[in-house]
Design a protein around this ligand. Sequence first.
Ligand code: 5BU
Length: 263
Amino acid sequence: MNTFKTYSERAARHPNACARALFELMERKQTNLSVAADVTTKKELLAIADGVGPFICVLKTHIDIVEDFDQDLVDQLTQLSKKHDFMIFEDRKFADIGNTVKHQYGKGIYKIASWSHITNAHTVPGEGIIHGLRDVGLPLGRGLLLLAEMSSKGALTQGAYTSESVAMARRNQDFVFGFIAQHQMNEHDDEDFVVMAPGVGLDVKGDGLGQQYRTPDQVIKESGCDVIIVGRGIYGNPDQVEYQAKRYRDAGWKAYLERVQKQ
Ligand code: 5BU
């Protein structure tokens, strides 16, 4: 099973360029940590990206919450992604018909496709959403994750919804390389979807607004996910951002090593 293979073994065999680049980077930096930097000013976002940069494989953004967004912000994020060797994932959660998401992805104020290596989409509109995003993203070497399972309490992403989402990914593996989910989704050996899991925390179980946290051990070792996404657990206390990033990086990597040693 691919879950028990190392990230570099998976990089060597993966047909999707974005997945290959990610696995190689994870092995090179020895990290499966993604930081969700959900702050509302350019200054804070850049400070977090620079501070956690050495410890992460992916910086996850919500660019539309930044009050003083400008092109200089994405230029600086791009420079930081090169300086520290991480990928950028704009967690845009596209959810419209193919024609509309094409414009939302490539145009408007944010021009997400021009700087974000990875983005994601809900599958609720059907497969046209993937085709629309692919028209814009594939020529730029971008990759897409589908939302197969959400972390929040009462999410409707379960059962047939989740299995249909996996089936859509299977039919579009040139562009779709994995999922946002809570478990690994591979059904056979020739399938190797990357799973990034939000809802990760070492100290608390929830946030009072529906978020549910599991530990890196539960996410990586028990559920077979590949990347832990951590937000407030890392940037919640501004004095401890680097300390917490190292702590989660170490916990995620230890869980991964224990998982692959089981093979
Ligand atoms: P937190 O501060 O660690 O709770 O932040 C989690 C981040 O992951 C935040 O940016 C959410 O928008 C994002 N997220 C999530 O929490 N759950 C999901 O199912 C998806 C995204 Br999809």
